[in-house]
Design a protein around this ligand. Sequence first.
Ligand code: V47
Ligand code: SF4
Length: 353
Amino acid sequence: MISRIQEKVTTGVRLTPEDCLMLFNSDDIFTIGQLADLKSKQIHSDKVYYSRNRHVNPTNLCVNRCKFCAFSRSAGEEGGFEHTVTDIINILRQTDEYFRELHIVGGLHPNWPFDYYVSLLSQIKQNFPHVYIKAFTAVEIDYMSRLNGLGVEQTLKILKNAGLDMLPGGGAEIFSSSVRNALCPEKISASEWLHIHGKAHLLGIKSNATMLYGHIESFEDRVSHLSELRDLQDKTNGFFAFIPLSYQPDSRISGTRFPSAIDDLKTIAISRLFLDNFPHIKAYWIMLGEKLTQVALLFGANDIDGTVIQEKIAHSAGAKSAEKLTVYDIENLIKKAGKIPVERTALYEEVVG
Ligand code: V47
Ligand code: SF4
């Protein structure tokens, strides 16, 4: 059976959802990895991208409280935090490491006005003009558009004018409505998530896409998720990277555990093979750990995110990785996998010099 996939990959024929499901059900991890590495080489030769980036979370207060999310708190609950725009500028000023990309996501704050987000972007751009801002999941964009009553398109236009450079891929979770209803019933639906990314792409705002896997979803759910992303990308070509998010189990879903290393590697590899129209597949070292991330570079991943500096979402849920990596560590990790490290901006421009 796998020889059929082998033939398709070597001759450049698109895999069907049935092929994709067959790969998830296969135990032939070496062949799947080898094919994904071949596919990655066809696109990027041996380059692996990373960025000097920094994460910042304005607040963890969230009106949604998804079951898998150990980061969020309700208003008044212990451990909640809210940063003013000035706090955030100060946090960024106090960062010792140089960064070119800022990743901003947070909870859906119960009563901040839309102006908070606009002023956050514009003040960051004023203070750090060289930094690209990748901010706000589709879930946050939807929330803001309901706060201001202006609709998604107008909201995105205002944010873009204030300094938004691209959208991160969070909030996609698993598109299956039954799993979504079980895990995050308050969250926007799959079609709303896809609609917001499609609108962003039409406005010239690029984005990433994610899939949270390894909890209660089935392989069929993963295949449908990947198919919906591939279909949208066929229409808009606005996605840069796909990032499979390995579930971190310290959450409110009882009886769950970390996905196995084999599941992590297979999911990365199958994503590379199936999402033939996505330029980049990211192995997010924060959730995979540094060592498995290195192996993932031989299983189809060609991006490892970046230095990160202070990650809160995965670490609240039990991630065992470090909270930041140095450029030296990242380059070393990539080189020792036999690949070529290439520093990039958030918009995948290669940094020279
Ligand atoms: O939206 C929450 C997920 C996402 C857990 O676009 C969890 O470049 C695993 O989207 N286990 C935020 N995942 C992270 C994210 C991301 C990360 C790195 C790069 C980019 C990018 C995007 O984390 C949330 C949610 O889907 N999440 N809880 C958990 N327990
Ligand atoms: Fe809120 Fe996002 Fe956490 Fe869900 S995943 S509870 S929307 S911060």
